[in-house]
Design a binder for this molecule. Structure first.
Ligand code: URA
Length: 433
């Protein structure tokens, strides 16, 4: 294989063969190709796209780049949920314990922050001691014993995606339908769950900006899942506005604990209930009504919160933070942002808020850069709210003095205030599959 030829072929928009795709994935995974050539190919794919055949070949090659977990001993109880990425998207921390608490087996592989979006692994590492790198055996044992395990890609699953994901994060090649499809579905296939619920985020804060693109992505992923014998559905959900009020790792963990404690923001709770209903319905073979009843009773009865504690402790994390969220470290600077006008909040641009939180330290600008778990943004308004000039709109949490001014202007620019109340947009656009 000459990598130069593969890049040239894709640059000209030609279809790559399965063996070219497999060669690329194998050689890059074993460290025989430099990042600059892999980046060039990612950029060529970004601009030229891939056919369905190429996307399936890339997905399978990435899934087979490491171990494939056999969870068949759990029968059909295993379920995973994966989001295409959003701002303030802490849904895994809520839906995974709900599903486990009603008898599903949640065996999940999550990612780190990507571009302007956050990642579950970074959020979970807000708990001191939480181990995101369990071996396949420990992962399996924990799913059996506790009903839930969530790991990162430090283990042996889909190592090709682990490398490509980190590369795409810093080369502006995330928002590509074939690259997202292969990234998510390779992990899903490797992690082995029988049922899969995909949360395809649509809007400014997602990687798919339009309902048409979101649906194309959802249908493509559902088709690959079905071809591989999985029980799969995708929810297309609104990501024009950050989900909930908290953006940034430990801030989001705290908000997730609030929802599991029967409080928390309404939009976050609603999206989580719908995702959890889909997970429970697929994994336990229930009607939608029965699944909803179980999800709501777990949330309201505190079962899901108890399961969160057992899960975090089982993976080595300090679960006392769940009862005492004040233990999470705080930023040195907590800067208040006030409204410069009166009116209705017409829009909060999720991508702009996500990018601002990265500059405060909640995400990465370079591969493998450490993140600041306390950094981020707390919003104090939602679209539709009436605000007065001088009213508090947001808190910026950071240790970076030099980032505050620019983040403040970015947040003010992201929040559009108008004389008229905006039209309310749906939170769930569509369910595919
Ligand atoms: N989530 C993933 O796992 N991969 C992507 O490419 C985007 C979101």
């Amino acid at each position: 294989m000459r990598m130069y030829d593969i890049i040239t072929k894709k640059k000209h928009g030609e279809e790559l063969t399965e063996s070219e795709i497999r060669d690329f994935v194998r050689e890059y995974t074993r460290g025989a190709l430099p990042d600059y050539q892999a980046s060039a190919l990612m950029m060529a794919i970004y601009f030229r796209g891939m056919t369905d055949r190429e996307t399936s070949a890339l997905t399978m090659a990435m899934a087979e780049s490491g171990d494939i977990l056999d969870l068949s001993s759990f029968g059909t109880l295993t379920v995973d949920k994966h989001s295409t990425g959003g701002v303030g998207d802490k849904t895994t921390l809520i839906v995974a314990p709900i599903a486990a608490s009603v008898g599903c087996k949640v065996a999940k592989m999550s990612g780190r922050g990507l571009g302007h979006t956050g990642g579950t692994v970074d959020k979970l590492e807000s708990f001191p001691g939480y181990d995101t790198g369990l071996s396949a055996e420990d992962f399996f044992r924990q799913v059996e014993k506790v009903g839930i395990a969530v790991i990162g890609q430090s283990g042996s699953f889909a190592p090709a995606d682990k490398k490509l994901y980190a590369l795409r994060d810093v080369t502006a090649t995330v928002d590509s339908i074939p690259l997202i499809t292969s990234s998510i579905m390779s992990k899903q296939l490797a992690a082995g769950s029988h049922s899969i619920v995909l949360d395809v985020k649509c809007g400014s804060g997602g990687f798919m900006k339009t309902p048409e693109d979101a649906e194309r992505l959802a249908v493509g992923m559902v088709n690959i899942g079905k071809l591989c014998g999985r029980n799969i559905a995708a929810l297309i959900t609104n990501m024009d506005t950050p989900l909930g009020y908290a953006i940034g790792n430990s801030l989001e963990v705290r908000e997730a604990i609030e929802v599991l404690s029967g409080k928390g923001p309404e939009d976050l709770r609603e999206v989580c209930v719908e995702l959890a209903v889909a997970m429970v319905r697929l994994a336990l073979g229930l009607s939608e009504g029965e699944a909803r009843e179980r999800v709501l009773s777990s949330l309201e009865g505190g079962e899901a919160l108890r399961t969160l504690k057992v899960w975090i402790a089982a993976q080595g994390g300090d679960a006392s933070y769940i009862d005492n969220p004040e233990l999470f470290p705080k930023s040195r600077i907590i800067h208040k942002v006030y409204s410069t006008e009166s009116g209705y909040v017409a829009r909060i641009d999720a991508e702009a808020v996500g990018t601002a939180s990265v500059t405060l330290g909640a995400g990465r600008a370079e591969k493998d850069e450490p993140i600041d778990h306390a950094a981020g943004i707390t919003l104090y308004a939602k679209p539709g709210d009436k605000v007065e000039k001088g009213e508090l709109l947001a808190l910026l949490h950071t240790d970076r003095d030099e980032a505050v001014k620019a983040a403040e202007s970015a947040v003010l620019k992201a929040i559009t205030i108008s004389d008229e109340a905006p039209e309310k947009k749906p939170l769930i656009y569509k369910i595919v599959g």
